[in-house]
Design a protein around this ligand. Structure first.
Ligand code: CP
Length: 360
């Protein structure tokens, strides 16, 4: 007989007040000695951090190419353990974090749904996470609720055994490590044409519920003269909080439903899927918006250096015939995720300088 899931809602005094604060006023709480301790929001990343992560990811990638280098990497953190708590479906984020841990020698445990943990018996998610902290040194969490990673880091940082929490995607809100790999992909792709500064980026699709485009938009404050083009059906327009953020930081953005007018203008097109999993009436919602799809016929309309990105998974928004065009970088983009997540974990455990020293 299948057990009915029980639910316990615990009251944490002070959490609601903390959660409601401006993100900029909370960042110190997730840092330790001037370094990030928890990775919760994209707003935690400044330009020097992003550059450090991109260069470290490239060094790890290079080192991992040889058996000697790979052995060195896997001896760095073989005394550490990580928990991957992924209770919302994931392919890339889960597998890339798992492999990033293994590249560095970290032993891993995983929970991939609440039906096999004591949450079925009513244990709260916060107590579940606190239990992981008894066994491991790092928790990577994906959860359908906005604010979940922030709350667990807030809870753990007030205990005597805080361990780092990394947000692997929190509802429709944020996906900071996806933003890291997106920046790495953009910087690598534009390496020979001046990097990301001065580039025009189109974000296309469900911008309202897409956490990847939200997190990536926050990072644009770190770059000079970037312009954003938000291309979405009216019902999926980018939310006001992001637009307010961009205005506050003087980042120009344009909103349109006319994808064709944007295609020849931009240096990067970031396609996204309709995020039906957040719909209140999924059976009544269509997930096919052909005017917001990219097809083989569009390849002649975009610039010769314009890259095509997608956080994946995709549905119909990019035709498979686009995949073999050299400007389609989404498969490289997902592989970049493994390297930059390894860089992030190396940084969190303080072995980033050891890796850099291999090349001095
Ligand atoms: N891009 C991304 O987060 O993919 P997954 O949902 O497969 O992890």
């Amino acid at each position: 007989m299948t057990q009915q899931k029980e639910e316990t809602i615990q009251r944490y005094r002070g959490w609601n007040e903390f959660h409601a604060r401006e993100i900029s006023s909370k960042l110190d709480f997730f840092s330790n000695g001037g370094r990030l301790f928890d990775v919760i929001f994209a707003q935690q990343f400044d330009r020097s951090f992003l550059e450090a992560m991109c260069s470290l990811a490239s060094l790890i990638r290079l080192l991992a190419k040889t058996k000697t280098g790979a052995n060195k990497l896997s001896s760095l953190l073989n005394h550490k353990r990580a928990m991957l708590y992924f209770v919302q479906p994931s392919t890339r984020t889960f597998i890339s974090f798992l492999n990033a841990c293994h590249i560095l020698g970290i032993k891993t445990s995983e929970i991939r749904g609440t039906t096999t943990s004591s949450e079925v018996k009513g244990e709260s998610p916060e107590d579940t996470i606190r239990t992981f902290a008894s066994y491991v040194d790092l928790i990577i969490a994906r959860h359908p609720e906005e604010g979940f990673a922030e709350k667990t880091a807030w809870v753990l940082n007030r205990t005597e055994r805080p361990v780092s929490v990394v947000n692997g995607g929190s509802g429709p809100d944020q996906h900071p490590t996806q933003a890291l790999l997106d920046i790495y992909t953009l910087e690598r792709s534009f390496e020979h044409i001046g990097g990301l500064d001065g580039k025009k980026i189109a974000m296309v699709g469900d911008l309202k519920r897409g956490r990847t485009v939200r997190s990536l938009s926050y990072l644009m404050k770190n770059y000079q003269d970037v312009e954003l083009y938000f291309v979405a059906p009216d019902v999926f327009r980018m939310k006001d909080d992001i637009k307010e953020f961009l205005k506050k930081h003087g980042i120009p953005f344009f909103e349109t439903e006319d994808f064709n007018s944007v295609k020849p203008l931009v240096d990067a097109i970031y396609m996204t899927r309709i995020q039906k999993e957040y719909s209140e009436a999924p059976s009544q919602e269509t997930d096919i918006y052909p005017e917001f799809h990219l097809t083989r016929d569009d390849l002649g309309l975009i610039q010769s250096h314009c890259i095509i990105m997608h956080p994946l998974p995709r549905r119909y928004e990019i035709e498979v015939e686009v995949d073999n065009d050299p400007r389609a970088v989404y498969w490289r983009q997902e592989r970049n995720g493994m390297w930059i997540r390894a860089a992030l974990i190396a940084y969190l455990f303080g072995v980033d300088e050891t890796i850099r020293n291999e090349f001095r």
